[in-house]
Structure formats: C-alpha cells, structure tokens
Design a protein around this ligand. Structure first.
Ligand SMILES: *Cc1c(COP(=O)(O)O)cnc(C)c1O
Length: 376
C-alpha cells in the first residue's frame, strides 16, 4: 500500500463470515444486514454485497436514499428502509421494490397515494414503538394504521411488523421484557385484523447475539456484522465470536528528535519527559480520529502501542516514541484486530468516551477504503 494518508482496510471476507456466523446462530430466522450510514463507515455497496455473499437475505437502511443507492447498484436482495420524512422518495422506493417501514399515518397515506399513482402494491412494515420512544407508532395509535392499511389493501401490503430495543445491550434490563410484551400485543392486534405477516422482527445485534427468544423469523444486526461488539458488557468482539472488519492505518509523515520538556501540539497538553523521537501521523479529527481521544488514543507503531501525545488536530497528531527508531513511511495502526496485537475499535471507544459505532461511522470521506478478501 502506498497511499500516504489515512486509509481504512476493509476485510469483506470477515464481514461475510460474521453474517454467516450470525445466520448459523439464529436458526430459521433470516438475517437482515443493516448497512445504513455507509455501512457503518465501511462503504455501502461493497459491504452490502459481502453481507449478501455471507448469507443475508435482506438489507436494511435508515434513509430511503441509501436503499435507492443499493438498487441503483444492481443489488436485487430484499431491502427495507425505515426513516422516511414527509416529502421523502416514497414513489422511487415503491417503484424500486423497496419495503418501507411505516411509523405514522401521514407516511402510510403518502405510500397509498404513490402506490396508486404507480399502479403498484407497496410492501410495508409497521414499525411499533414498544418503549424506545423514538421512531414508531404507539400501541394506542396502531389501530388507526391497521384500519387504513386494511381499507387501502389494494395499494399497500402489510408484510412485516418491527420494533427496536432501548436496552438490548443490557440483557437483564426490565425494559426488555416490557418491550417484548408490547410487541406481542401489537402482533396480536395486527393479526386479529386479518393481516398475515410475512416477517416479524425485533432483534438488533445485541438481541440477536443474546436473546434467542426475540429472533422471530428475521433479525436485524448492524454493528455485529462489522465485527464490533454492541456493548462491552456483552463481551468483546472476540468473545462474541466476531471478526473485526475495518482497520485504520496511516504512514508516518515526519520524524524528529526534540529535547525533554517540549510541549506537543495545540495547547501543549503534553510535554516530553526526556529527549524523545516524535512521529507525525497524518490523520486527524476530520478523518474521524476523535479529538476527545487526545492524549489517550492508542496507536501501534513499530511493534509497540503508544498513546497519542497532545491534542488530535484536524489533519494530524503526534506520537512520542521515546528512543525508538521510527522512519518516515512506517505504518501506524490506529485500530484493527487485537489478535494481531492492534488496538481495537473498542479501545478507541473507551479512549474517546463513546461507543464503537461512533468510531467507525465517523471515519471521514477523505480516508481511502481499501477492500480485501472480496467474496466471489
Ligand atoms: C441501526 C438499527 C439496527 C441495527 O442496530 P445494531 O445495534 O447496529 O445491531 C436495527 N434496527 C434498527 C431499526 C436500527 O435503526
């Protein structure tokens, strides 16, 4: 690899194998691979194709545009998208055979209208708010949605019901049982209205890995397919049997020796303790290296892991490698596979006081994505 700046190496074989591993654990339930947010920063199209190669029979996106981009790339897998806005691309999605999650009456009416105009029957999944209080229709308002779906059944086909957990990363949390109960009430209400649901789905990654009783016949893992734990309380990625997919690299841009007591980077929040060799790494917060990981983020260089010295800047940060010999062009690994001795995404999440999700989804557009082990 010759790219001088930060680059993300994406192991699509690992992604496919994570999907396959999950598929094997979920028995008869099919896998919907969540590829929203540019496949959690891994690249939408290549990641989606690898997920399908690994056995995902559905793909899921938050934004309609992400779903349309998948179709435009020739991906024929069943696709569900669920975060529409009032004037969103309902018609385009219906025309492209994309399933739509519906959380409120206005969206359902817009779908009915566009489906009629296109002379197509739209496939929809009723998204139930079972206690997250985010997207989704409450049990109280579900009646009305079901009534509309039934009276307009020439234009809409309710094929699914879905919901999302607030606390799946804490498997014993009491809200889990409460949400399952509300979901079951919603299913009963929908089915009592004569609607025959093709798929029922509630499980994100954490629930997919730890709550088999909520697999129903479709699970919706996101973070786990990228080889990142949904929560350290559930175990590390390795303990969960997941393989890291992304590793983040940058080549040393400059080295120099400075005296003891040198203040490093903006604000001099770090001073060298003795004469020290410095390595300048050309990756900064615009590339997704969190500024909040200043003086904390771990970086593997020349077989040793150092913490960032001083503040992370927009395009770069500095390592104090002591008396180690480091050369321009040497490869620094910010995160990758701990089994290769590299820091993990989780290490960075701890350093930046966030979650692994945010570390990978914020990797900036300027970082090259380099794909390896592409499944055939
Ligand atoms: C993001 C998302 C998922 C995937 O969540 P993970 O925790 O990444 O597995 C599943 N379902 C919905 C509705 C989501 O928004």
């Amino acid at each position: 690899m010759t790219t001088p700046h930060a680059r993300a190496v994406i192991d699509l074989g690992a992604l496919a194998s994570n999907v396959d591993f999950i598929n094997q654990q979920t028995g008869d339930a099919a896998v919907l691979a969540v590829v929203k947010a540019d496949a959690y920063g891994h690249g939408l199209i290549p990641s989606a194709k690898a997920a399908v190669a690994g056995g995902a029979s559905w793909l899921g996106t938050a934004l309609f545009q992400e779903a349309l981009t998948l179709r435009a790339a020739g991906i024929e897998t069943r696709i569900l998208t669920w975060l529409g806005t009032v004037d969103d691309q309902f018609a385009e999605c219906i025309a492209a055979d994309i399933d739509l999650g519906v959380s409120h009456r206005e969206a359902l009416l817009a779908i009915v209208q566009e489906a009629r105009r296109l002379g197509k029957r739209a496939r929809v999944h009723l998204k139930i708010d079972t206690g997250l209080s985010r997207n989704g229709v409450t049990l109280d308002d579900l009646d009305q949605l079901v009534a509309i779906a039934n009276s307009e059944s020439d234009a809409v086909n309710v094929v699914g019901a879905m919901s999302h957990f607030a606390y799946a990363d804490e498997p014993k949390h009491p809200t889990i049982a409460a949400q399952i109960d509300v979901f079951n009430q919603a299913l009963a209400l929908i089915e009592a209205a004569g609607i025959d649901l093709e798929v029922k789905h509630l499980a994100n990654s954490a629930a997919t890995l730890t709550l088999p009783e909520v697999h129903f016949n479709l699970v919706r893992p996101g973070i786990a397919i990228y080889g990142i734990t949904p929560g350290l309380a559930l175990g590390t990625a390795a303990e969960l049997g997941l393989k890291p997919v992304m590793s983040l690299h940058a080549s040393v841009a400059l080295t120099k020796t400075v005296p003891a007591g040198s203040g490093i980077s903006y604000g001099h929040t770090y001073h060298t303790k003795s004469q020290a060799n410095l390595a300048l790494i050309p990756a900064g917060y615009s590339d997704g290296v969190p500024r909040s990981a200043s003086n904390k983020g771990p970086v593997l260089l020349g077989g040793k892991t150092y913490q960032i010295a001083g503040r992370v800047c927009m395009d770069q940060f500095v390592l104090d490698v002591g008396d180690a010999e480091v050369r321009i062009g040497d490869n620094a690994v910010l995160f990758g596979d701990p089994q290769r001795g590299e820091p993990s995404v989780e290490d960075w999440a701890i350093a930046a006081d966030t979650i692994g999700y945010e570390i990978v989804t914020r990797i900036g557009p300027r970082v090259d994505r380099h794909y390896i082990n592409i499944p055939s």
